[in-house]
Ligand binder design. Structure first.
Ligand code: DSN
Length: 405
């Protein structure tokens, strides 16, 4: 990397690159992209304005970027084994939040109810949280996990849906460690006549590598960011049915909402990088990567549990786990846990746990993910070491007289 003549920025980027390599990065939504993705991101495609869609642009000179966008589309459909007659994919949304906003705005009249998981239980802001535009333009009906198991309780979700009759139901989360049963969500959505939108941002790479069930058979719309377990550049994909159960072309409506509804020119360098990542995700190597990510998360959960810490829902089936560091006052709050870990070279984020009694600014837990360290080549032995280190750092952080965990 060389930013000629700008030593100040060059130094900062080098420092950040070193930080990523030299610390243990367990932010569940982060990863490290390949050199090829970085090259595509830094390519001349960033210079091109391409408002519109391939073959229907507003400026001249787009024949080549048309091919790039078509390639990204083709690879996205191919990766998730989708028939282009039934599914369309938009590759232009700038990231996950605008992607979700575009879907909602395209399909749901303002003021109607949308149903999503409560943020503090693992949902996302754009699933209707009152602080997000999605919670201001639509009314959120929030579901939670079961208080005893900390796992989705499909029957209580069904009861809530039947009572509230939302126009759209969202499944797929940012801090939920278990397998999601898409079929159950489909039957709930059908019972109340709602669209089923699945936000698989966190687990897209696991779906691509076959270690989490694919949602496509059951969903009307699937959104995903491209930079988490999928290991691409920042960006998003919106998959939508061309003909849903009511005979509606959801894809066409969403296309119009992304452009011109919500955005101007797409970031063609990001789309180029996404095309690279989608090809990589199709490889055998990526399938082993997905398996390793989940294995590593399970090892980490087991190690941390064996040290006396409470892991939410008792473990994990995917790339992330939530640790209750507070343990009803016997441990330490999530914020302090995050700070102590960072001082010791381990990067995580504080996180609420289901039914948290503390505030989101200083919650009861931390969230840990294995996507990035697995990309760096870490395996079972390293995960055990990291788990032991996390535990001993957290125990060292327990104030005097409170070290009885
Ligand atoms: N900020 C992302 C995450 O960390 O899960 C979600 O948008």
């Amino acid at each position: 990397m060389n930013i000629k003549g700008d030593l100040q920025l060059k130094k900062l980027i080098e420092q950040e690159t070193r930080r990523q390599q030299e610390t243990i990065n367990l932010i569940a939504s982060e990863n490290i992209v390949s050199e090829n993705v970085l090259t595509a991101l830094g390519s001349a495609t960033t210079n091109k304005y391409a408002e519109g869609y391939p073959g229907k642009r507003y400026y001249a000179g787009n024949a080549i970027v048309d091919e790039i966008e078509r390639l990204a589309i083709e690879r996205a459909l191919d990766l998730f084994q989708l028939n282009e007659k039934m599914w369309g994919v938009n590759v232009q949304a700038l990231s996950g939040s605008p992607a979700n906003l575009a879907v909602l705005h395209a399909l749901i009249p303002l003021g109607e109810k949308i149903m999503g998981m409560k943020l503090s239980h693992g949902g996302h802001l754009t699933h209707g949280h009152p602080a997000s535009l999605t919670g201001k333009l639509w009314k959120q009906v929030a579901y939670t996990v079961n208080p005893d198991t900390e796992i989705l309780d499909y029957e209580s979700i069904r009861t809530l849906a039947k009572k509230e009759k939302p126009a759209l139901i969202i499944a797929g989360y940012t801090a939920y460690p278990r397998v999601i049963q898409w079929k159950k969500f489909r039957s709930i959505a059908d019972e109340v006549g709602a669209f089923l939108m699945i936000d698989m941002s966190h687990i897209a790479g696991l779906v691509a590598s076959g270690v989490h069930p694919s949602p496509f058979r059951y969903a009307d719309i699937v959104t995903t960011t491209t930079h988490k377990t999928l290991r691409g550049p920042r960006g998003a994909l919106i998959f939508a049915r061309k003909r849903d159960k009511r005979g509606e072309d959801l894809f066409e409506k969403i296309q119009k909402m992304v452009f011109p509804g919500l955005q101007g020119g797409p970031h063609m360098n990001a789309i180029s990088g996404i095309a690279v990542a989608l090809r990589e995700a199709k490889s055998k190597k990526f399938q082993s990567y997905g398996r390793a990510v989940v294995k590593n998360a399970k090892t980490l959960a087991k190690t941390i549990q064996s040290e006396g810490w409470r892991v939410i829902s008792g473990g994990t089936d995917n790339h992330l786990l939530l640790i209750d560091t507070w343990m009803n006052g016997r441990g330490i709050p999530g914020r302090l846990a995050t700070e102590l870990l960072e001082k010791n070279g381990i990067i995580v984020n504080m996180n609420t746990i289901p039914f948290d009694t503390r505030s989101p600014f200083n919650p009861s837990g931390i969230r840990i993910g294995t996507a990035m360290e697995t990309t760096k080549g870490k395996g079972k032995r390293e995960m055990e070491e990291i788990g032991m280190r996390i535990s001993s750092i957290l125990k060292g952080g327990v104030p005097k007289g409170k070290d009885d965990i």
